[in-house]
Design a protein around this ligand. Structure first.
Ligand SMILES: [Zn+2]
Length: 199
């Protein structure tokens, strides 16, 4: 199928916090081309088993996109959250050996090439690390740069996994890495935790 690229100055007119608005903005993009679709399969942000309405005014709408997409659907266009039967680690493992993903995977919320230091790049790199698939993605990530900050990234993962709302994004990666590097994670103190933040 031909690739369609959609651009908008929406953010310039009404600045949005990406993490709190991305599902709504994506629905807006889908509806702006609604004559092209009957059913639109949207890559789920959070596994179905982590559905939650808690803190829905201030948290990531991916937690309740199953409900949102049902509300947004009309008789002419049905929005479907797809792939939520697995979590993000399942998805990483699913694509890790795919040459197309290795060449084109783009997750960054800051730049057109993966910056490697924003929350989403780090989350993906940590999951690739947990899956032992880092080397497969040297074409789209600076893996050597990640390896240089890997200890800090592990501390970042440790802190993120401790926040209940982040559990669907970090807990399973943390569990795998913890079992692999128990001594390192057990040595993290409140002082070391403050040394690193995603940009
Ligand atoms: Zn990034």
């Amino acid at each position: 199928m031909p690739l369609l690229k959609l651009e908008s100055n929406f953010q310039n007119v009404i600045p949005q916090n990406h993490a709190r608005s991305h599902t709504y903005m994506d629905a807006l993009a889908i509806y702006s081309l609604q004559k092209l679709w009957k059913n639109y399969y949207y890559a789920s942000g959070i596994g179905f088993s982590d559905f939650s309405l808690k803190g829905n005014f201030i948290q990531d709408p991916a937690h309740f996109e199953l409900l949102l997409f049902d509300c947004f659907s009309t008789s002419g266009l049905r929005l479907i959250s797809a792939g939520g039967e697995g979590d993000r680690n399942d998805k990483i493992e699913f694509i890790a050996d795919n040459p197309i993903a290795q060449k084109y995977l783009h997750v960054c919320i800051r730049k057109e090439i993966n910056c490697g230091v924003c929350d989403k790049c780090l989350r993906t790199l940590l999951a690739l690390d947990a899956a032992n698939k880092l080397d497969n993605f040297r074409e789209v990530f600076d893996i050597d740069a990640y390896l240089k900050i890997r200890n800090q990234a592990y501390i970042y993962c440790h802190d993120k996994a401790a926040i209940p709302h982040n559990a669907p994004l970090y807990a399973r990666t943390y569990k795998i890495l913890y079992e692999r590097h128990k001594n390192f994670f057990d040595s993290i103190t409140p002082a070391t935790k403050r040394m690193f933040k995603a940009k």
